[in-house]
Write a protein that binds this ligand. Structure first.
Ligand code: NI
Length: 383
C-alpha cells in the first residue's frame, strides 16, 4: 500500500517539517524556508529556480518519455499567531506559527520530489514542482502565474492536510470546493452631536445597527437554499465618548460564495441596500467591494486520479467543500486540476483544534500517505 521508497523517506520529511515548523516565516518573507527548499531540491539532483514572486521556488522533473506536464504545488508561509502547543518542535519565532500545516505541505512535496526524481526514466511526461509564498495573504499564486510558472503546465494538483478529518481519510470533490473570499467595507456618515440631544443629530450608529441586521437577510432571504453564501461583519469602528453621537461609523467583513452569479447578486444587493437604508436614517452610506481569491473549482479528471489512488490505498473517501478561501484557485482557473484534503487529525480529541488556532496541530502519520497519493496521481497522469 505504501511503497518502500516512501517508508524510507518519511523520517527525512518529518525532520524537515519540524525544522520548518520551528522557523515559521510570513508571506513573501519565506527567505529561510525557500533556501531550505532549494537546498533539498539540489541535494535531490534537481536544478531549482529561486526568487520567483520574491520567495517562490520551482523545479522540473523531466520524464524519460514525452507527455503532459503535471504541476504539484505546495504553500510555504506561516501565520502571525503566537504558538501555544506543547510540541517539542514548537515555533521559536515570537508571534509566528505554522498554524495551517504549510510546513508539512512543503516537506511532503520535497520528499515526493526526491522519490520522483529517481523514478523519472519511467515517466511519460514531466512533473513541475511549485513552492509558492504567501497563501495566507496577500496571495502568492497570482504573482507566480504572472512570473510564468504555468507555462507548459497541463494539469495541477494541490493538497491540504486537515485537522478535523481523521487520518486515513481523503476528501476530494469535483466542482466547487472552496469559496470565493471577498471583502467589503461600509462607511456611514451622519451628523454628530451631544448624546443628550439625539433629535439634533443623524446617528450613524443606529443606521449601522439597522444595516447589519438587514444584511442578515442576504443569505436567508436572497440566496437559494440549494446554493451557499456567507456574509459576516467582522470589524466595526465608531465613536469616541459616552456623551457624543459620532459623525461616522465604518464596518467591514467577508463575503464567501461558490458561484459567480451568487457573488454578483450579493454585491448588487449590498450596493442597493447600503445607500438606501442609510438614507432612511438620515445618514449617507457608501459601499466598497474588494475582490479576493476566486472560488476553487476542481476538474473531474484529476479528481479521478486522486480518488483511484485513495481507493487503491484503501483510504476512506468523502466529499468536502468549505467556505474557506485558497489561492490554489488561481492556478485552477487556468489549467484543469484538483485540490484535495487529507485527514491529519491528532489521535487524542483534546488535541484537535481548527486551522489558524494557537494550539493547532496535525498528525505526522499523514506524511507517507500524502507522498504515496501524490506518486500514484503522477503515475495516473503520466502513464
Ligand atoms: Ni492553509
Amino acid at each position: 500500500m505504501i511503497r518502500p521508497e516512501v517508508e524510507a523517506m518519511t523520517r527525512t520529511v518529518i525532520e524537515l517539517r519540524r525544522d520548518l515548523h520551528r522557523h515559521p516565516e510570513l508571506g513573501f518573507e519565506e527567505v529561510r524556508t525557500s533556501a531550505k527548499v532549494a537546498e533539498f531540491l539540489r541535494a535531490s539532483g534537481l536544478e531549482p529556480t529561486t526568487g520567483i514572486a520574491k520567495t517562490g521556488v520551482t523545479a522540473l522533473i523531466q520524464g524519460g518519455e514525452p507527455g503532459p506536464t503535471l504541476m504539484l504545488r505546495a504553500d510555504m508561509d506561516a501565520l502571525p499567531i503566537e504558538e501555544e502547543t506543547d510540541l517539542e518542535f514548537a515555533s521559536q519565532v515570537p508571534g509566528k506559527m505554522h498554524a495551517c500545516g504549510h510546513d508539512l505541505h512543503t516537506a511532503i512535496l520535497l520528499g515526493t520530489a526526491r522519490i520522483l526524481n529517481d523514478l523519472k526514466p519511467r515517466l511519460k511526461g514531466n512533473v513541475k514542482l511549485v513552492f509558492q509564498p504567501a497563501e495566507e495573504g496577500p496571495g502568492g499564486a497570482e504573482p507566480m502565474i504572472k512570473a510564468g510558472v504555468l507555462e507548459g503546465v497541463d494539469y495541477a494538483l494541490g493538497l491540504h492536510l486537515w485537522s478535523d478529518l481523521p487520518c486515513g481519510h481523503v476528501a476530494i470533490t469535483p466542482g466547487p470546493v472552496m469559496a470565493a473570499a471577498d471583502t467589503f467595507r461600509v462607511r456611514i456618515h451622519g451628523k454628530g452631536g451631544h448624546a443628550a440631544y439625539p433629535h439634533e443629530s443623524e446617528d450613524p450608529i443606529v443606521a449601522a445597527a439597522a444595516l447589519i441586521t438587514a444584511m442578515q437577510t442576504l443569505v436567508s432571504r436572497n440566496t437559494s437554499p440549494f446554493d451557499s453564501a456567507v456574509v459576516s461583519v467582522t470589524q466595526i469602528q465608531g465613536g469616541s465618548a459616552d456623551n457624543i453621537i459620532p459623525e461616522r461609523v465604518e464596518f467591514s467583513g467577508t463575503i464567501r460564495t461558490f458561484h459567480p452569479s451568487t457573488k454578483a447578486a450579493v454585491i448588487k444587493r449590498l450596493q442597493d441596500m447600503v445607500p438606501s437604508l442609510c438614507r432612511s436614517y438620515g445618514t449617507e452610506g457608501e459601499f466598497e467591494f474588494i475582490e479576493g481569491y476566486p472560488a476553487l473549482i476542481n476538474n473531474p479528471l484529476p479528481c479521478q486520479w486522486v480518488k483511484s489512488a485513495a481507493e487503491e490505498m484503501e483510504l476512506a473517501l468523502s466529499a468536502q467543500a468549505t467556505m474557506g478561501g485558497e489561492d490554489m484557485a488561481y492556478y485552477l482557473q487556468k489549467v484543469p486540476g484538483a485540490f484535495f484534503f487529507l485527514g491529519a487529525a491528532p489521535d487524542q480529541p483534546e488535541r484537535i483544534f481548527p486551522h489558524h488556532h494557537p494550539k493547532f496541530q496535525l498528525d505526522e502519520r499523514a506524511v507517507p500517505l500524502a507522498m504515496e497519493l501524490f506518486l500514484r496521481c503522477v503515475e495516473s497522469c503520466l502513464k
